[in-house]
Design a protein around this ligand. Structure first.
Ligand code: B12
Length: 220
């Protein structure tokens, strides 16, 4: 039963039980469980739950790190199955994505990246802790339709604003749609810093990205 596997997967990710998690993921994808649901209901939900435990002081950094590493290993198993379900036609658009400078959180960004790829976008993932100049240079060189900026710390949120400012200063702001996300980001923050879109989660990010691209194609 599918809902059972998501709960089981959440439990073993939270416990960072590597063997169990990798076995469960492999047998689920081979058994035809929807890979996107495994990512959102299994892996993503486990990290959200871990976040709640962290807030309560019921888990500690080494445990979170172990779960985060395992999350990545599981994603690597799921990704080929997810991509195989995606479209193989002309990409919907090009996205450059990264976590802002000073911020090492990349699990959420990775989920957004893979979901955008599955939806048919070409995504160039710059990784985490990405300097502002790198974002600007990649926008100049790769000419993406969308720049995605992830930030998980209240102290690094400001980098989203500074990146948009730097794009303006480099004269390339009008060339790209900027989409922001990450736990402390909000719709209001997006408006305040002049971003084109905010999304709270990966499915929302896909919807927003599709709208941004259709606005671009509509000749805005
Ligand atoms: C896992 C984790 C870590 C891991 C990160 C591993 C990794 N590779 O990412 C480790 C252990 C390394 C870590 C380190 C730290 N962490 Co930490 N971490 C977390 C935790 C528990 C979960 C974050 C997570 O992965 N969530 C699950 C994913 C799926 O959700 P998400 O990231 O929000 O992403 C979703 C959306 O936000 C959105 N999204 C994300 N990015 C983007 C981008 C775009 C463009 C769009 C559209 C959407 C989008 O879609 C995603 C999918 O749905 C949170 C707790 C929490 N409540 O969030 C703390 C948390 C973020 N960490 C925190 C802190 C303080 C730290 C440390 C400073 C701890 C320390 N003392 O060293 C360091 C900072 C290191 C650094 N410089 O970045 C605080 C931040 C507090 C604050 N207000 O700033 C939190 C909130 C915990 C807390 N309550 O104190 N952390």
């Amino acid at each position: 039963m599918e809902t059972g596997i998501f709960q089981e997967l959440r439990d073993v990710i939270i416990k960072a039980d590597r063997d169990q998690a990798l076995n469960k993921v492999a047998s689920a994808v081979e058994g035809g469980v929807d890979p996107t649901l495994l990512v959102t209901e299994g892996l993503g939900a486990a990290m959200t739950e871990l976040g709640r435990l962290w807030d309560e002081g019921a888990t500690f950094l080494p445990e979170v790190l172990a779960s985060a590493e395992l999350f990545k290993e599981c994603m690597a198993v799921i990704e080929p199955y997810q991509l195989a379900r995606g479209t193989k036609t002309e990409p919907l658009g090009r996205v450059v994505m990264g976590t802002v400078h000073g911020d090492l959180h990349d699990l959420g960004k990775n989920i957004v990246t893979i979901m955008l790829r599955t939806a048919g976008f070409e995504v160039i993932d710059l990784g985490k802790n990405v300097p502002i100049e790198t974002f600007v240079r990649q926008v100049e060189e790769l000419k993406p339709d969308i720049l995605g900026l992830s930030a998980l710390l209240t102290t690094t949120l400001i980098k989203q604003k500074e990146t948009i400012q730097a794009l303006r200063e480099a004269g390339v702001r009008q060339r790209v749609m900027v989409m922001i996300g990450g736990a402390p980001a909000t719709e209001a923050w997006a408006g305040e810093i002049g971003a084109d879109a905010y999304a709270a989660n990966a499915p929302d990010a896909v919807e927003r990205a599709k709208k941004l691209v259709s606005t671009l194609k509509g000749g805005q």
